[in-house]
Design a protein around this ligand. Structure first.
Ligand SMILES: Cc1cc2nc3c(=O)[nH]c(=O)nc-3n(C[C@H](O)[C@H](O)[C@H](O)COP(=O)(O)OP(=O)(O)OC[C@H]3O[C@@H](n4cnc5c(N)ncnc54)[C@H](O)[C@@H]3O)c2cc1C
Length: 475
């Protein structure tokens, strides 16, 4: 079967990979001139990389780790010590660590929490541990039920003091969905905590050894092409062309640089676009269907990724850091954490600014200036005295609509990969799968869409389009 897939993010690429494995012929159509969507990266004029987002791979990502093994690129993951490291705003320039010993879960997590006495008191740890018991005992069904509460509401319901939220969970909410605990659904935090506590290496983190575009996406493209599929850049889907019964007749691709639009007909079709552009492209007949109406409840959240190149080393920490500051979320010194960005003399900080709704419309200069104020608090030793650290250059990458904003009630709006239409499927981190909006979620969604296609074909509920002559004709 020839399967046309719109979007070359991780969901679209993973869908293509698993369809190729099943003997089909995927063709991925990407609007931009770069692979990867939210993991896309670019090289500047000096040859330095800058990225859409600072990306961490977790031990709790089984589908992503399996994909690395299948592509034979496991050695590109640079695993870090099993720790979580937080800045301490009250003691600038110092860190508080949760170190996970090499013993089975959940004991390693419990030991890590019990050994850290900087952030939580003993009574707070005990009260929080008791509140987590239903999630541990009842698992995912409890976690899903809690989607009716924000994290702040869930904490209040369990009588947990606001201090715990301030100390730990503002940082975690911002890291997981770029919003604060009063907005984020309790399901998101509970899902992450459950994975981290139940899997020995769930919270272990790895950095890719270079840019995701070259080191992860390109190998998927090579794999797909070797098996007869293809990936085309600068091929934006402009319109879904429909048959009389509402199923897809073809993808109308926008012609660029004066070229004519093009009709691409295939046997089956997948959208692996983010939810926001998908909603804009929905044809009128589909908008009447409850399946597509549920998408109205999903909307991308703004986030900003900053890259700051300094004239010296600010830290030798080879890990992700939780800033616990107002503006910033997580950050890392990529000159330590990532082989291809390595520099023994000078730091390159990659920082996520979140929540970003009040900053997304501001100038790069304003954003960098505000970030520098926070950095002066995080690294006071480098920004005071006669010879403060100098910023050599910077890059700001804004994503006005990134992953869907995971406020309470969103779980009910997430669609399955199977649509009501016989020849059309969805993939994307926002579609229903158990791993939140993440790289793991995107890869799993693509795999689930491919599996759904394979099982529908086996069941005979879908068949090849008859007129292949339509393929790649002019509109
Ligand atoms: C700042 C930031 C930090 C993050 N950090 C992490 C992290 O540490 N760990 C983690 O697991 N996840 C992280 N994520 C989330 C992760 O990047 C995403 O969940 C995942 O990459 C989404 O993949 P996707 O394929 O579903 O969507 P996307 O990556 O958005 O891919 C969709 C593709 O569709 C294309 N497209 C759109 N319209 C059209 C059209 N009309 N025609 C053709 N193509 C079209 C887009 O250009 C894009 O390439 C982060 C995200 C951001 C923004």
């Amino acid at each position: 079967m020839q399967v046309a897939i719109a979007g070359a993010g991780l969901a679209g690429l993973s869908c293509a990979k698993y369809l190729a494995d099943a003997g089909h012929e995927p063709i991925v159509l990407e609007a931009r001139d770069v692979l990867g969507g939210k993991v896309a990266a670019w090289k500047d004029e000096d040859g330095d990389w800058y990225e859409t987002g600072l990306h961490i791979v977790f031990g709790a990502y089984p589908n992503m780790l399996k994909l690395f093994r299948e592509l034979n690129i496991e050695d590109r993951l640079q695993w870090k010590e099993h720790s979580m490291i937080f800045n301490q705003p009250e003691q600038p320039g110092t860190y508080s660590r949760f170190d996970f010993p090499d013993i089975p879960a959940p004991v390693n997590g419990i030991v890590a929490i019990l050994r850290n006495n900087d952030m939580l008191t003993w009574p707070e740890k005990i009260r929080f541990g008791i509140a987590l018991i239903p999630a541990i005992l009842r698992g995912q069904s409890y976690v899903e039920e809690m989607d009716k509460y924000s994290w702040s509401e869930w904490m209040a319901k369990h009588g947990l003091p606001k201090r715990i939220e301030k100390e730990v969970f503002i940082a975690m909410s911002k890291a997981l969905n770029f919003i604060n605990p009063d907005e984020i659904s309790a399901t998101i935090l509970l899902t992450a905590l459950n994975r981290f506590l139940q899997e020995k290496n769930g919270s272990k983190m790895a950095f890719l050894d270079g840019s995701p575009t070259e080191r992860l996406c390109q190998p998927i493209v090579d794999y797909v092409r070797d098996r007869g599929g293809d990936v085309r850049l600068r091929a934006p889907l402009k319109e879904f062309l429909l048959n009389a019964d509402g199923s897809v007749r073809g993808f109308l691709l926008r012609g660029l640089d004066g070229a004519e639009d093009e009709v691409l007909a295939a046997d089956l079709y997948v959208s692996a676009m983010p939810v926001d552009p998908l909603k804009l492209l929905l044809p009128a007949p589909w908008r009447q269907m409850p399946y597509f109406q549920q998408l109205d409840g999903l909307e991308g959240v703004p986030v900003i990724n900053l890259h700051l190149w300094f004239d010296r080393k600010l830290t030798d920490i080879d890990h992700l850091l939780f800033s616990r500051s107002d503006l910033l979320s997580v950050y890392a010194d990529m000159s330590n954490t990532c082989k291809e960005y390595a520099d023994p003399e000078r730091s390159m900080l990659e920082l996520v600014l979140a929540p970003a709704k009040d900053w997304i419309g501001r100038s790069d200069e304003d954003i960098v200036a505000a970030t520098m104020v926070e950095l002066e608090q995080l690294f006071p030793q480098h920004f005071t005295g006669d010879c403060p650290a100098q910023l050599r250059k910077y890059r700001v990458v804004k994503t006005p609509r990134s992953v869907y904003k995971a406020t309470p009630g969103r779980q009910d709006c997430r669609p399955s990969q199977k649509t009501p239409l016989a020849n059309f499927y969805l993939a994307g981190d926002f579609t229903m799968q158990r791993y939140l909006a993440s790289m793991e979620g995107a890869i799993l969604s693509g795999k689930l869409a491919a599996q759904q296609i394979v099982s529908d074909l086996q069941a005979g509920s879908v068949s090849a389009a008859t007129d292949k002559a339509l393929a790649t004709t002019s509109a």
